[in-house]
Design a protein around this ligand. Sequence first.
Ligand SMILES: [Zn+2]
Length: 559
Amino acid sequence: MKHLHRVEALLIAIVAASGCAHNAKETELSDFVTAHVEKIKPLEKQTNLAWWDAAVTGDPEAYERSGELTLQIRRIYSDPEDFASLKELRESGQVKDRLAARQLTVLYNGYLANQIEPKLLEQIVELGTQIEQNFSTARGAIDGRKVTDNEIKQILKDETDSAKRKKAWLAGKQVGAVVADDLLRLIKLRNEAARKLGFDNYHTMALATGEQDVKELDRVFAELYQLTNEPFRKLKADLDRILAARYGVAPDALMPWHYHDPFFQETPMVYDLDLDVYYEDKNVRRLAGEFYAGIGLPVEAILARSDLYEKEGKNPHAFCTHIDRQGDVRILCNLKNNEGWMETILHELGHGVYDKYLDFDSPYLLRSPAHAFTTEAVAMFFGRLSRNPAWMQEMLDLSDVQRAEIEKVSGRYAQLKQLIFARWAMVMYNFEKELYANPDRDLATLWWDMVEKYQFVNRPVARTSPDWAAKIHFAVAPCYYHNYMLGELLASQLHHTIAQNVLKVESDQDVSYVGKKKAGRFLKAKVFEAGDIYPWNEMIERATGEPLTAKYFVEQFVR
Ligand SMILES: [Zn+2]
């Protein structure tokens, strides 16, 4: 007995020891995570609260507080020793537990993105701020008279004289020439920082720390390009005929200034679609509340904490924020009873339900959407309903005649809007990739090559000005724009999956989602509760049966 006992004891000791050896790295990580979350959790909550106060009141002190707190968080993530430990843990290959490994990845990427040398970072921030200031103060001029962006936009919407349109368009591009040299310096500084961290360039690094891969994005954008090429050509030919007639020029003589915004990223107002009349005597807040309750994702708790109407000093836009990763979710809006705000409140509450219905038993670091673009996708999925004839009919008690009237233009309008944006997003994605890969090439020519290739818009003769630099996103939100497109693609992919596999309706068209609790249940179980537990593409595959694809976006908007 004694002997056996000893063997048993020995066995237990061996198992325990090997278990210990096996878990040493996991234990180390677990201690790291605990300490990290202890530091970060209260700071994130305070930051979000300060930011919320600032946005609601416009109080400069709140802005300052939120800026300071953000800096404190950044400081934590820029600690080189902590980063070294995480790197060591990662390279050990010993962190096997799935949730632990996932937290390690999230932490590692968070730290990696903040490992830029302090001196270099300072230069980058300074230059970025300066460019941003130039953007807000530089004004283009028409015949020597300074004009605002709004004036330019107004002329591009209303003016029928081509010469006047051209002047307004050129005025909008002048800021490009003002900032281009600084912007190029900034891009090279960003590249320098990325190379010191072992990346080819900043674009590659920004994508990698956001768990995106150039090859994968290239695949998605190439698919989208192929599938939209011919439909866009046709749609644009129709549009060009209408515009050409309005301006009294031949369709093939249309120039960039004949479209209704400086970059041809929006839908020119040629098909009348005024949906405001259907909303003006309704209450968009109540409609949104009823709709979300009807699909089993009640939002009253969100709305109760939110700030929904216009106020002196308040941020005039809209956003959603999750204060504490514990369900304190709020949206900011400036509601009016019209279609635009119907879309916006549905959109913001889309972000809201994603956050509200995360799994709060999951680890703190994974308690967030899988990616910025996946929450954007859910927000877009719901935001699109404000123009959906089936949804409008049910929510607004419209007659069949009214619905038919909306249908006459809404489908075409949605198609135009989505295709125009998709082709524009291709310019942004592909240009930005090349911009960082080789900032010394002839960028003015490259820009117009891409505009011609993707948007089918003629280049102005012998144009050598840096028109690309007039797009503020290159300066202030680098390597992010493609996420708007990915959001649209995923919104359509979710729509397809829910229509086909969850609601099991015959066609993806005419789905109103009103009262469809199954749709809400699906989103909650497959998307929201998954949080950041899986990398985004794995979450998408688990939810829809395939990785992100452009197929369903094309199916929905190209007919
Ligand atoms: Zn959004």
